[in-house]
Design a protein around this ligand. Structure first.
Ligand SMILES: Cc1cc2nc3c(=O)[nH]c(=O)nc-3n(C[C@H](O)[C@H](O)[C@H](O)COP(=O)(O)OP(=O)(O)OC[C@H]3O[C@@H](n4cnc5c(N)ncnc54)[C@H](O)[C@@H]3O)c2cc1C
Length: 328
């Protein structure tokens, strides 16, 4: 591995000090920190400018907005703030990477970057049911996050989809707010751990519907019902509900980094507590490296931390370079 900073660049490549892959809360927070350190970061937006939070109407758990803030508005503010200090946001997607030597090489749809440091903030994608009404009613009763949206369902009836640990954990959490929580599971047994199963079964607010899938989410301005199909009997019916919480897993957006960076068994990037990946100079933050917290604030925090580390790394390596020039 070559740690020297270089300013040379092939004519068709752009050399940057900090390249940030992903424009969600982690990427834009990293951009703010790197820009304020005068590192002129470039942010590649990917297909979803602003990331997952831009899909939600209202965010009520990001500090500084006592009345809540629109998801799109929040990330627009993140972007504006980073741009004010010189970050450049490019509507482009990383398609190929080569982290085998520095500067790191990142191909995109529009060209190629040579980057002294890379911050990966490509996030994760909640797995969808892919049924009619799901996308249209996301943020209007369809949710993938109990911590984010549970509060909106005070004294309401909600459905939870899934049978694993997160479905049960989030279902139990939702009983703090909801009048009833009905867990719809496609099999007749849960995958979740025994203790969680016991807690859920003993909770008077939780009921189960077994062997059943949701084939449609119904509603107009808000969710009104889900259409259910029993996979054992083929019986179908509408089940009235105010909300649908889908917990059937998340896919980290890290396929691009397979074979070059260490991933855990679920595909999340492995970092240490300083956001270092296994390659010095490549940092990661946000949901791409976080199977646990999945929040705007935690992702933003990790993005900021990754940028601070990238700044540190660049300073250290430019000092090393300057020292060796003086000695020479
Ligand atoms: C519907 C919904 C509502 C939510 N509500 C809340 C809430 O109220 N409060 C809360 O705290 N959290 C909420 N969350 C969770 C929150 O949105 C996430 O925790 C947060 O967005 C994660 O930020 P991130 O930057 O790590 O990744 P993401 O937001 O997932 O952003 C990933 C970014 O990477 C980009 N990308 C991916 N691949 C590439 C590539 N190859 N090249 C370039 N770019 C790429 C994408 O385009 C995107 O810009 C919600 C999530 C959803 C889905």
């Amino acid at each position: 591995m070559d740690f020297n900073l270089t300013t040379s660049k092939p004519s068709d490549s752009e050399h940057v000090k900090v390249l940030i892959i992903g424009s969600g809360p982690a990427g834009l927070s990293a951009a703010l920190y790197a820009a304020r350190a005068e590192m002129d970061p470039v942010v590649l937006t990917g297909m979803e400018l602003g990331g997952q939070v831009s899909l939600t109407y209202t965010v009520e758990n990001y500090p500084g907005f006592p009345e809540g803030v629109g998801g799109t508005q929040l990330v627009e503010l993140f972007q504006k703030q980073a741009e004010r200090f010189g970050a450049r946001v490019e509507f482009d997607t990383a398609t190929e990477i080569d982290f085998s030597q520095r500067p790191f090489r990142v191909h995109t749809y529009n060209g190629e970057y040579l980057a002294d440091t890379v911050i990966i903030s490509t996030g994760a994608t909640p797995i969808h049911l892919n049924v009619p009404g799901e996308t249209e009613l996301t943020g209007r009763g369809v949710s993938y996050c109990a911590t984010c949206d549970g509060w909106f369902f005070k004294d309401k009836d909600v459905v939870v989809v899934g049978g694993g640990d997160s479905a049960l954990e989030e279902g139990i959490f939702l009983t703090r707010f909801a009048k009833s929580v009905t867990i719809v599971h496609r099999r007749n047994a849960l995958r979740a751990g025994a203790i969680l199963q016991k807690r859920a079964m003993e909770n008077p607010k939780i009921k189960f519907i077994w062997n059943t899938i949701i084939t449609e989410v119904k509603g107009d301005e808000a969710v009104r019902a889900v259409h259910l199909k029993n996979v054992a009997t083929d019986e179908e019916n509408d089940f009235p509900t105010d909300g649908v919480f889908i917990f059937i897993g998340h896919n980290p957006n890290t396929q691009l980094f397979e074979n070059q960076l260490e991933l855990d068994e679920r595909g999340y990037l492995v970092t240490d507590h300083l956001m270092n990946t296994n390659i010095p100079g490549v940092f990661a933050g946000g949901e791409a490296a976080d199977p646990n917290f999945r929040q705007v604030i935690t992702s933003a925090g990790m993005g900021a931390a990754a940028a601070m580390q990238a700044i540190h790394f660049l300073q250290e390596h430019s000092e090393t370079k300057e020292e060796s020039t003086v000695r020479a």
